[in-house]
Design a protein around this ligand. Structure first.
Ligand code: PLP
Length: 383
């Protein structure tokens, strides 16, 4: 990418590789954060250290949000923090280093990197075109921790309730703990698909759920997330709720009051109306990208309930070859699938978080691609 910029300083770059949002914060969120900042200059309304678990007003707002999804969550089981990435890393503190982690492949690289840093033995559940990139339990495999990500980054695949039920049954049968990353839950457009693992009976005894305001409400630069750790969840003889409380109280001093006010505003009826418009905007981008790629004749999946479209590279091009072709010939940036695990080889991820203008310009090019010609060109370059 850097080399392309150096070699073609004037060439336009159309980035469909970004993992960050581009829409600004919702007015309701900014108004709440401004009011909270003003509170801080008044001695009577100043807030110092807060509740380490998260302010009760936000934990209640999160529980109410789950209620709107028909999921019963007690505010006592909600922990507010500063991002799903740090939560995923910090949750590693709760489990013995010798525990085994089962990770989907391909998947969000943080699952893998944090497991490696924690010294874990890692097993993979293979996502393939045949299983729709939704690997299912394998009775011959035993793991202490099971990471699931639905909707999935990078493939955009979403588990059904029946599939999640199988994972919950498997985890319960083998005393495993599921770490369920629901960071893209707000992008699910069908009531037929589960928005939370806690929609599944029994999950409250075997699962932790991680979610974030980053992609739901554009908080990538503000930083706020939550983890649901049910008090009914035991790992061996340990209550994970008590352990997580202890860990957070020891190593974390709570999320900024101003940020938590903004997060609560994002969950208010007006805030939800506003942030949902942005989610819809990104999903319209996903539709535009998906349709353009399909028009060019390639196979795609994802992008229907997730802001990521996952494309199979035609003519057995590998991820980097295909990435290089689109970048060098058209200035289009994607994400090579192999960067998300070996199972991503031969695939590209397209993100819908760009501006409509960028997405439309890229889609115009993508829909007219002649893959036969491109593949020939790639082969001639290799010689
Ligand atoms: N989980 C997944 C699957 C993600 O794709 C991301 C960010 O891209 C995160 C978690 C991290 O979110 P946060 O910004 O809350 O750290």
């Amino acid at each position: 990418m850097r080399r392309h910029r150096e070699e073609h300083p004037d060439a336009e770059i159309l980035s469909l590789g970004i993992n960050d949002v581009t829409r600004p914060l919702a007015p309701a969120v900014c108004a709440a954060m401004s009011a909270a900042a003003r509170d801080m200059q008044d001695a009577a309304r100043f807030h110092g250290y807060g509740d380490v678990q998260g302010e009760p007003f936000l934990r209640k707002a999160i529980a109410d949000y789950y209620r709107s999804l028909h999921v019963g969550i007690d505010p006592e089981d909600v922990f507010v923090s500063d991002g799903a990435k740090s939560d995923l890393a910090n949750l590693c503190d709760l489990f013995a280093p010798e525990s085994t982690a089962l990770l989907p492949n391909p998947v969000y690289p943080v699952f893998y990197d944090t497991s490696v840093m924690a010294g874990r033995q890692i097993l993979f559940a293979r996502g393939t075109k045949e299983n729709g990139f939704l690997p299912m339990p394998d009775e011959s495999i035993r793991a202490d921790l099971i990471y699931l990500c639905s909707p999935n980054n990078p493939t955009g695949a979403v588990y059904s309730r029946a599939q999640l039920r199988q994972w919950v049954e498997y985890a319960r049968a083998h005393d495993a703990c599921i770490l369920y990353d629901a960071a893209y839950e707000a992008y699910i457009r069908s009531a037929a698909l589960p928005r939370s693992i806690f929609e599944i009976a029994g999950a409250e005894t075997c699962a932790v759920e991680i979610n974030s305001f980053s992609k739901m409400a554009g908080f990538t630069g503000v930083r706020c997330s939550w983890v649901i750790v049910p008090r009914t969840l035991m790992h061996g003889t340990q209550s994970l709720h008590r352990l997580w409380m202890r860990r957070q109280a020891t190593k974390y001093n709570g999320t900024s009051y101003i940020v938590q006010r903004g997060a609560a505003a994002a969950l208010s009826p007006e805030g939800q109306r506003q942030v949902r418009r942005d989610v819809q905007y990104y999903m319209e981008n996903a539709d535009i990208i998906r349709n353009a790629l399909r028009r060019s004749g390639v196979f795609t999946t994802g992008g229907e309930h997730a802001p990521y479209v996952w494309m199979e590279c035609p003519y057995h091009l590998n991820s980097w070859e295909c990435f290089g072709l689109l970048l060098s010939r058209y200035g289009i940036v994607s994400s090579p699938g192999v960067g998300f695990g070996a199972q991503g080889e031969g695939w590209l991820r397209f993100s819908s978080f760009g501006s409509r203008e960028t997405v439309e310009r890229a889609a115009h090019i993508l829909s007219a691609l002649d893959w036969d010609q491109l593949a020939l060109w790639a082969v001639s370059r290799k010689r």
